[in-house]
Ligand binder design. Structure first.
Ligand SMILES: NC(=O)c1ccc[n+]([C@@H]2O[C@H](COP(=O)([O-])OP(=O)(O)OC[C@H]3O[C@@H](n4cnc5c(N)ncnc54)[C@H](O)[C@@H]3O)[C@@H](O)[C@H]2O)c1
Length: 272
């Protein structure tokens, strides 16, 4: 019987692959014998991650500095990948994040929001998902198959204090996922799929100061999140791998437009 979870030799592009969650899935996919391309905006972080990933499977991983909000850079990078490996099977849009000006700290109100930072965060999360989806998606449409996986968030379903720019742009990523799933399936057939995961709370570069004190104990915000997570802990980056593997493989061939929570029960818990 065919193993429809088999992703050996699939060319998987991971934006934000130098980050915590993107880097973790890159390592996992290499162990599944996939070919992995990581994209990051910072050369040093990219090189450091490539060194770690090359130790797993040196011939199956490459990386490029490429900003996901610069269409020309993404187009140039897609050419290089095609020259190297001839096709692109999977796009994982893990680049994303937040910045202080687009958040409302406890001593401020919404009227202190810095619109320039709000724009930057919106741009990174929404257009930084849209642009690679258009560039790599066009290639997938030509080849008649391909899978896109986006990163939504728990900040989408219910309002979470402070993170206004992040939440609204991740809500847009959820809608974009559904919209592109519809568009691809109707216009290009059932072999092109677009889904998202909605991670709960995982400690990463962008949020570690919000969740943990320097001694590793929970901040008061971190503690509130733990209290609202039935499993009573933060997620470990590797706990996203199972859902991602399923969504990018033929095992989910009739799944498109889905947003899969991986959150220790956060989204289903009333808090009572
Ligand atoms: N950590 C969590 O709890 C959590 C929860 C829900 C969703 N997410 C989402 O998961 C994704 C991965 O986040 P993470 O936690 O690994 O964060 P991270 O900060 O460790 O990684 C994000 C990566 O994106 C890269 N990046 C930033 N701007 C870029 C650009 N213009 N072009 C290319 N790359 C760029 C950064 O260099 C970094 O490597 C993000 O979209 C994030 O919003 C994270």
């Amino acid at each position: 019987m065919d193993n429809n979870f088999n992703i050996k030799d699939k060319v998987c592009v991971i934006t934000g692959g130098s980050g915590v969650l993107g880097g973790e899935v890159a390592a996992y996919l290499l162990k599944q014998k996939a070919k992995v391309v990581i994209l990051g905006s910072n050369q040093e972080r990219l090189d450091a991650k490539l060194a770690i990933l090359s130790a797993i499977e040196p011939n199956n991983v490459i990386g490029y500095v490429c900003s996901v909000i610069e269409e020309n850079e993404v187009k140039e990078t897609s050419k290089k990948i095609l020259e190297k490996w001839g096709c692109i099977d999977v796009l994982i849009n893990a680049a994303g994040g937040n910045m202080p000006g687009a958040t409302i700290s406890e001593d401020k109100t919404i009227f202190d929001l810095e619109l320039a930072d709000f724009d930057k965060v919106s741009n990174l999360n929404l257009k930084g998902t849209l642009i690679p989806s258009l560039v790599f998606g066009k290639h997938m449409a030509k080849q008649g198959k391909g899978v896109i996986l986006n990163y939504s968030s728990m900040a989408v379903y219910q309002a979470i204090t402070r993170v206004i720019g992040y939440s609204s742009s991740k809500a847009a990523v959820t809608n974009l996922t559904q919209w592109m799933a519809m568009e691809f399936a109707i216009k290009f057939g059932d072999k092109l799929r677009v889904n998202a995961i909605a991670p709960g709370f995982f400690v990463a570069q962008q949020n570690s100061k919000l969740l943990l004190n320097t001694d590793g104990s929970y901040t008061s915000r971190g503690q509130k999140i733990i209290n609202n997570t039935p499993m009573g802990r933060f997620g470990k980056a590797e706990e996203l791998n199972g859902a991602i593997h399923w969504l990018i493989s033929d095992a989910s061939s009739f799944v498109t437009g889905a947003i899969v929570p991986v959150d220790g029960g956060f989204s289903s818990f009333s808090g009572v």
